[in-house]
Design a protein around this ligand. Sequence first.
Ligand SMILES: NC(=O)C1=CN([C@@H]2O[C@H](COP(=O)(O)OP(=O)(O)OC[C@H]3O[C@@H](n4cnc5c(N)ncnc54)[C@H](O)[C@@H]3O)[C@@H](O)[C@H]2O)C=CC1
Ligand SMILES: CC/C=C\CC(=O)/C=C/C=C\C=C\C=C\[C@@H](O)[C@@H](O)C/C=C\CCC(=O)O
Length: 260
Amino acid sequence: MALSGKVALVTGGSQGLGKAFAEILLKHGAKVSLLDINVPTGNKLKAALDEEYGSDRTCFISCDVTSETQLKEAFHKTLESFGRLDIVCNNAGIGNESNWERTVDINLNGVIRGSYLALQYMKKQNKGQGGVIVNIASMAGLGPFLSAPVYTATKHAVVGFSRALADASQVSDYGVRINVLCPSFAKTEILETFNTDDLMGQFSNLRQTTQKLLEHMGVLDPSQVAEHFLQLVTDDSRNGAVLRVTQAGASYMEYPKSVM
Ligand SMILES: NC(=O)C1=CN([C@@H]2O[C@H](COP(=O)(O)OP(=O)(O)OC[C@H]3O[C@@H](n4cnc5c(N)ncnc54)[C@H](O)[C@@H]3O)[C@@H](O)[C@H]2O)C=CC1
Ligand SMILES: CC/C=C\CC(=O)/C=C/C=C\C=C\C=C\[C@@H](O)[C@@H](O)C/C=C\CCC(=O)O
C-alpha cells in the first residue's frame, strides 16, 4: 500500500508509540486522525505536527476506547474530516494489574471495538475501499510476562483475535488486512507502571525480576518500533502476520497453518 493521500486513525495517539506511528505515517504522505483521552498532550502534539506537516494533515479527537459511542463518533469525524479511511491502528493500552477490569476493557475490548468499526468503514461490501488494521499487542502476547498476568492475557487475546479476524476477513473478501505488532520494551510512559505500586497490584514484589528482564532485553526507541509498524501497513502480502520486535531485530512468528 502506498501511503500518499491515504487516511489513518491511531488510538492512544497523543504520545509514546502511537505518536511514533503517526509521525511515520505523516512522513510517508498519509493524513492521520489521533484519538486519545489525554487531551492536553494530544492538542500539543497536533500543534507540533501542524508546524511540520500543515494543519490539514492531522486531527486530534478526544476519545476513550472503552466507550463504543465515543469511538463510533471518532470514526465518523475522521471520515467527515478526511473523506476516507484506509489504515486503523488500535494502539491505546495500559498496564494496571490492580484495576484489571479496566486493563481488559482498554487493551482487549478497545481493540475489538476499534477493529469491528474499522471493518465496518473499510470493507468493500460497505462502500469502503479496503485497507489495513494493525493491532498493537506486545512480546507479552507471545509468552508470559510474569509480573503482569492480566496484561499478558489481554495481549495474548489481541494476537488470537487479530489472527482469527484476518482469516475471516480474507474468506469474506472484505479487502481488509489485519496484522499484529509485538514489541519488546520501548521507551514510553507505560514503563512507569513498574515504578508504581498501585498499578503493579499484588505483584509489586516482582519489580526486581521485571527490571532484570528489561535490562536483558534492552529498551527500544519508539521510532525503531515505528519502522516495523510501517512494514505491516505497507506490505500488501501480509495478512494475519504477527511481527515480533526486539533490540536483536524483528521476525514474523510462525504458526501451524489454519484449518479453516
Ligand atoms: N512501551 C512498551 O514497552 C510497549 C508498549 N506496548 C503497547 O503499545 C501501546 C502503546 O503504549 P505506549 O505508547 O508504550 O504507552 P503510553 O502510556 O506512552 O501511551 C498509551 C496512550 O494510550 C492512551 N490511552 C490510555 N487509555 C486510553 C483510553 N481508554 N482511550 C484512549 N486512549 C487511551 C494514553 O493516554 C496514552 O496516550 C500499548 O497498547 C502498549 O501495551 C507493547 C509492547 C511494549
Ligand atoms: C505493563 C506494561 C509494560 C510494558 C509494556 C510491554 O508490553 C513490555 C513488554 C516487554 C517484554 C515482554 C517480554 C516477555 C517475554 C517472555 O514471555 C518470553 O518468554 C517471550 C517468549 C517468547 C516469544 C517468542 C520468541 O521470542 O521466540
